[in-house]
Design a protein around this ligand. Structure first.
Ligand SMILES: [Zn+2]
Ligand SMILES: [Zn+2]
Length: 307
C-alpha cells in the first residue's frame, strides 16, 4: 500500500474566488511584469518589453500582441491557452506568426494536441494551420527569438512531477574584443571593412529567468539563474509545516527558497526575485502576510510577489 500524501490545511478553509483573466503587475520590478499565477488555475507572465509571455495558462487579450511564448511544461495550468493565443491572434488579424518555445520532446505532442482540437471542432486536417513550435534542448546554445534578434532564449532542466524546463532570456550584444581596445575609430573601421577582421565578440547578458513548476532541487541545480536581473520562481507552499508536502507534490516551499537565497550570499545578483504560483486556498492578503513572515529583512528589497 502506498502511503497517502499529507493533506493541505487551508488557512481560509475554502478556495478563494480568483479570476485568471484579471492580471496583476509586479510592484517594484525593474521590468514591466504583468500576469497571474495561482497553482492549478493558471500561470502566465507577460513581459511586453521583451515581446514575450512566459507560460500560457490563460490568455487575456493583452497577451495577443506578444509574438513569443515560452511553455515550461505540459500541465494545463501553464499550457492550456496556447491554442487560444494562436487562434485569437489570427481571428483579430495579427498576421505575424507567433513563435512557441517548448522542450524539444514536447513539440510532436503539441502538434497532436492541435490536431485533436481541430478534429474536435470538425476542422478538416487539410485546412489546419500549425503554430510555429520551436523545440528547446536543455543546456544547448541559446537561440534567437523569432522577431527579436537582440534577444536569445535558452532552457534548463527543473524538477517537477512531469518533465519541465525553465528558461533564461538574454540580451544579445557585441563587444569590442580586448585586443582592439583603445584603437582609434578609423583604424577599427579599416580592420573591419577593408581587412574583414572580426573586431567584436558576442556577449549574452542574462535578463530574465523563469522557472515554471519545480522543487527546490530544480532551483539548486541551476545556480546560473541568479545572474539574471529578474528571476521568476514558484513558491506554491507558504505555511509553516507544509515543507514535506511541497516536496511530495514536487513544488517549492517559501522557507526552502529563502534558505537557498541566503546561502547564495553575494552570488545572488538578481535585482528582483518574483514569487508566484501560490495555492488558491489563500487570499491575496494572506499570501502577502505569509511571504512577509518568511522573507527576512535582508531579502525584502529584492523579493516581490505576483499576486
Ligand atoms: Zn502549476
Ligand atoms: Zn505543474
Amino acid at each position: 500500500m502506498s502511503s497517502s500524501p499529507p493533506r493541505a490545511k487551508g488557512t481560509s478553509g475554502a478556495t478563494v474566488g480568483y479570476n485568471a483573466l484579471r492580471q496583476a503587475t509586479v510592484e517594484g520590478a525593474k521590468e514591466n511584469l504583468v500576469g497571474f499565477s495561482i497553482s492549478g488555475l493558471a500561470t502566465y507572465v507577460q513581459i511586453p518589453e521583451l515581446d514575450l509571455c512566459l507560460d500560457m495558462g490563460e490568455c487575456p487579450l493583452s497577451a495577443l500582441p506578444l509574438d513569443h511564448v515560452f511553455l515550461s511544461h505540459a500541465h494545463g495550468d501553464h499550457s492550456r491557452c496556447l491554442m487560444r493565443h494562436y487562434s485569437l491572434r489570427r481571428m483579430t488579424g495579427i498576421e505575424r506568426p507567433a513563435a512557441y518555445y517548448l522542450e524539444a520532446d514536447l513539440v510532436e505532442r503539441a502538434r497532436d494536441l492541435v490536431r485533436a482540437e481541430a478534429r474536435f471542432e470538425g476542422t478538416p486536417l487539410a485546412k489546419l494551420a500549425m503554430p510555429d513550435f520551436v523545440g528547446l534542448e536543455v543546456g544547448a546554445e541559446p537561440v534567437p527569438l523569432a522577431w527579436r534578434k537582440d534577444l536569445r532564449i535558452g532552457a534548463f532542466r527543473v524538477h517537477h512531477s512531469i518533465p519541465a524546463i525553465g528558461c533564461t532570456v538574454y540580451d544579445h550584444k557585441r563587444k569590442l574584443k580586448e585586443e582592439f581596445a583603445g584603437l582609434p575609430g578609423p583604424k577599427l573601421a579599416e580592420l573591419r571593412l577593408e581587412q574583414g577582421v572580426e573586431i567584436t565578440r558576442e556577449i549574452l547578458e542574462p535578463r530574465v529567468s523563469f522557472c515554471g513548476d519545480t522543487t527546490i532541487k530544480g532551483l539548486a541545480a541551476n545556480p546560473q539563474i541568479w545572474k539574471s536581473r529578474i528571476v521568476v520562481v514558484e513558491s506554491t507552499f507558504l505555511e509553516p509545516g507544509e515543507e514535506a508536502m511541497a516536496r511530495h507534490k514536487r513544488h517549492t516551499h517559501v522557507t526552502e527558497l529563502v534558505a537557498l537565497l541566503k546561502e547564495l550570499g553575494p552570488e545572488l545578483k538578481s535585482e528582483t526575485v518574483v514569487l508566484s504560483h501560490f495555492s488558491m486556498k489563500h487570499t491575496p492578503a494572506q499570501i502577502l502576510a505569509l511571504v512577509a513572515q518568511a522573507v527576512p529583512e535582508e531579502l525584502r528589497e529584492r523579493v516581490r510577489v505576483l499576486i
